[in-house]
Design a protein around this ligand. Structure first.
Ligand SMILES: [Zn+2]
Length: 316
C-alpha cells in the first residue's frame, strides 16, 4: 500500500501525518513552528519530525511515495519554493521541496494550504463526487481552492483563487490587507466580526458578547457563542457576514458554475448562523441556472483536510 507524508504548516504549529492512499491518517504529530527562531529552525524541526515518523511507524524513506507541504502563502509549485508566507515571518524564497528531497530522497511537492485543504475535501471529504467545486476558508481572511473539471486551478503564476479580494465596492470601502479597499474579506472575516462587535459596544448597545468578554478583547468565537445563546446583536453580525460572503459567492457561481461550495475555517464553526444567510443571499443573487446547480455545505475534514490534501499533491 502506497503511503505518503502530508505536512500542514501554520503560523503556530506544523501538523505532520502519514496518510494511506485511501486518505486514512496512519500516524500524526504536531510540532511548534517557532517562526521567530528563523526558517532554518522550523526546517530542522520538520526534518526531526519526519525522522520520528519513520522510526515510530517502522518505515524506510524508500517506502514513502512522496511528501507534500501546505503553506499559508505564495508558492511556486513548479519549483517547490515558498515565495512569501505573511503569517510565518522569515519564509521568503525558501526552496523547501529541494531541501527535503536532498535530505530524504523522497519526491516533495508544495502548494498553498487552502488548495491542499480543497484537495483533501475533494478526495475524501465534502467534495467527493464533484467535478467543479469551490472550497472557501473563512478565518482571518477568506481564501479558496478551486477545482474545475476535477483539477486544482493554480493560474498563470500560482495566484488563482483569491476570492477574498473580490471587490464589493467601487467607491472605496474598508481597507483590505492587500492594500486595496472594498474587498470581500475586508467586510466579512474574523477581524470584521470583531470590528462590528466593538462598534455596537461603543454605540452603547447592550449585548451578551460584551458580558461574555468581561473586559477582555472581543473575539469571533465570543460573538459566535453569544449568537448561539440567542443574542440578537451577535446573530445580526453573522447575518451580515453571511450576506456579504453570499454576494461574493454569487459572482463566483456565475463565473464558474460549480456543483458545490464547501465552507470551512474558524469563522465557519458558526455553522448555520453563517451558512443560512450565505445560502439565501447566494440563491437570490446568482443567475438562475448556475444558482440552482450549486449546493453550499460545511467542510467535513476539519483541521485534517490540510495534511490529507498535502499528501495528495504528489499525484495532482
Ligand atoms: Zn483585498
Amino acid at each position: 500500500m502506497a503511503q505518503r507524508i502530508g505536512i500542514d504548516v501554520g503560523g503556530t504549529n506544523v501538523k505532520i501525518a502519514l496518510v494511506s492512499d485511501k486518505g486514512k491518517i496512519i500516524y500524526s504529530n504536531s510540532i511548534p513552528t517557532r517562526a521567530e527562531m528563523g526558517y532554518e529552525y522550523t526546517i530542522n524541526s520538520m526534518k526531526d519530525a519526519i525522522r520520528d515518523l519513520l522510526k515510530e511507524t517502522k518505515m524506510k524513506a524508500s517506502d514513502i511515495e512522496g511528501i507534500g507541504f501546505g503553506f499559508p502563502g505564495q508558492i511556486d509549485c513548479k519549483k517547490g519554493v515558498v515565495r512569501l508566507a505573511p503569517n510565518i515571518p522569515g519564509w521568503v524564497n525558501v526552496p523547501i521541496a529541494s531541501i527535503m528531497e536532498k535530505e530524504f530522497g523522497i519526491p516533495t511537492r508544495v502548494d498553498n494550504d487552502v488548495r491542499t485543504a480543497a484537495l483533501g475535501e475533494l478526495n475524501y471529504g465534502a467534495g467527493v463526487g464533484c467535478e467543479n467545486l469551490v472550497c472557501i476558508t473563512v478565518g482571518t481572511g477568506i481564501g479558496s481552492g478551486l477545482v474545475i473539471n476535477g483539477k486544482l486551478v493554480r493560474g498563470a503564476d500560482n495566484a488563482a483563487g483569491e476570492i477574498g479580494h473580490i471587490k464589493l465596492n467601487m467607491q472605496g470601502g474598508p481597507l483590505c490587507g492587500c492594500g486595496d479597499r472594498g474587498c470581500l474579506e475586508a467586510y466579512a472575516s474574523g477581524p470584521s466580526i470583531v470590528a462590528m462587535a466593538e462598534e455596537y459596544i461603543r454605540g452603547g448597545k447592550s449585548t451578551k458578547f460584551r458580558e461574555m468578554a468581561n473586559g477582555n478583547p472581543i473575539t469571533p468565537y465570543i460573538v459566535c457563542e453569544a449568537a448561539k445563546a440567542g443574542d440578537p446583536v451577535a446573530q445580526r453580525i453573522f447575518n451580515i457576514m453571511g450576506e456579504y460572503i453570499g454576494i461574493g459567492m454569487a459572482s463566483v457561481v456565475n463565473l464558474l458554475n460549480p456543483e458545490r461550495i464547501i465552507v470551512g475555517g474558524g469563522v465557519a464553526d458558526a455553522g448555520d448562523l453563517l451558512l443560512n444567510p450565505l445560502k439565501e443571499t447566494l440563491h437570490k443573487r446568482a443567475m438562475k441556472i448556475a444558482g440552482s446547480a450549486v449546493e453550499v455545505v460545511p467542510a467535513q475534514l476539519g483541521n485534517t483536510a490540510g495534511v490529507i490534501g498535502a499528501s495528495l499533491l504528489i499525484e495532482s
